[in-house]
Ligand binder design. Structure first.
Ligand SMILES: *Cc1c(COP(=O)(O)O)cnc(C)c1O
Length: 357
């Protein structure tokens, strides 16, 4: 089976498992796990921010960040195609009484300043309006195909947020992909946001975990929310050790994943009936559409699955292939051969097997 559904499927490497096995442990709710403490200091230093907090997931990292920034009854401005808005179960509304204001997402992942401006009421003192208290960006942007937000854009948004006196939170689940692809150091990207969450559990191959990074005062509030949400993990050094290994050893190799994605996308774009926008293939994600009248996206996905190739669906009939450590270069050409076979043979009956979602 070639599994291109997600980079969350990466397995820890043998060296990473050894680091987990050897980790010194303590009770992290007491602040006494030396390995967690080391990971938090390392993460804060890497992004040149004051402090960091280890989280069980990116979802909890974003949630605790929003709850720490936003008073009840205020608005978090989020992209209408963002992970926060689409895939995180509305947590900030449920847990914190925060209103999400969905802002139209451009195909390149940006939220236009002119659209953001409309979320601010003309009279901020008029008691009928919920006031914006946070602006959220996603970098790289998953549902836009792993696109990178440019430093110029980040600077513009930061200036806008400063003028409006609200903080910027960056959902950087794949922050290091943006850095490796552009050559811009992560701390330079991070400079444009007040808080950032990044995932250890995706391309960086850790089994579990995300980091939230920001100012000391902010991280104190995040820690309180993490405890309240049930994310205090006791001897969490067992998994934090994997995170340290990820940050020390697994970042520079992301370039290979980008090369695999590029190669897959370029060949895929040559096939009749397949549409790929090569401009959006900037990191490890390839979005594509089947535009062959014999297929729907569902029957195409199913036919690929019958030939042992798994891809996921990303809304609007788009299919997603994600490249990562556990997809070797040799599987790129094998995956392309499966797509060619399916196009040659046509759809198979949907009744044979269940469709992968
Ligand atoms: C995966 C992802 C998250 C959530 O991370 P989990 O660890 O799966 O909860 C948040 N934002 C983006 C952009 C993601 O891709």
């Amino acid at each position: 089976m070639i599994d291109l559904r997600s980079d969350t499927l990466t397995q820890p490497t043998p060296e990473m498992k050894e680091a987990m096995f050897q980790a010194k442990l303590g009770d992290d709710v007491y602040g006494e796990d030396p390995t967690v403490n080391q990971l938090e200091i390392f993460s804060a230093d890497l992004l040149k921010k004051e402090a960091a907090c280890f989280m069980p997931s990116g979802t909890m990292a974003n949630l605790a960040s929003i709850l720490s920034h936003c008073p009840r009854g205020t608005k978090a401005l989020v992209g209408n195609e963002s992970d926060i808005y689409i895939y995180e179960a509305g947590g900030a509304s449920v847990c914190g009484g925060v209103v999400y204001e969905p802002i139209s997402t451009q195909p390149d992942g940006r939220l236009l300043l002119s659209d953001l401006e409309l979320a601010f009421p003309e009279d901020m003192n008029d008691p009928q309006f919920a006031l914006p208290s946070l602006l959220c960006l996603e970098n790289t942007h998953n549902r836009c195909g792993g696109v990178i937000l440019s430093p110029e854009y980040l600077e513009e948004v930061q200036a806008f947020a400063n003028k409006k006196q609200i903080p910027v939170h960056m959902d950087g689940a794949r922050l290091f992909h943006a850095s490796i692809s552009t050559g811009i150091p992560v701390d330079v990207i991070a400079r444009h946001a007040d808080s950032i969450q990044f995932c250890l559990s995706k391309g960086l191959c850790s089994p579990i975990g995300s980091m939230v990074v920001g100012s000391e005062g902010f991280i104190e509030r995040v820690r309180r929310w993490r405890k309240m949400l049930g994310g205090g993990m006791r001897q969490a050094g067992a998994v934090a050790a994997a995170g340290i290994y990820s940050l020390q050893k697994m970042i520079s190799r992301l370039q290979e994943d980008h090369q695999k994605a590029r190669r897959f996308a370029e060949s895929l774009s040559q096939l009749p009936g397949i549409k790929v926008n090569l401009e959006t293939v900037q990191t490890n994600i390839v979005l594509f559409k089947i535009q062959d009248s014999r297929f729907t996206w569902r029957s195409f996905q199913h036919a690929l699955q019958q030939k042992e190739l798994l891809v996921s669906e990303m809304g609007f009939g788009r299919l997603r292939a994600v490249f990562h450590h556990d997809v070797p270069f040799s599987e790129v050409d094998k995956a392309l051969a499966v797509v060619e076979d399916v196009l040659a043979e046509g759809p198979v009956s949907l009744e044979d097997d269940s469709v992968v979602h």
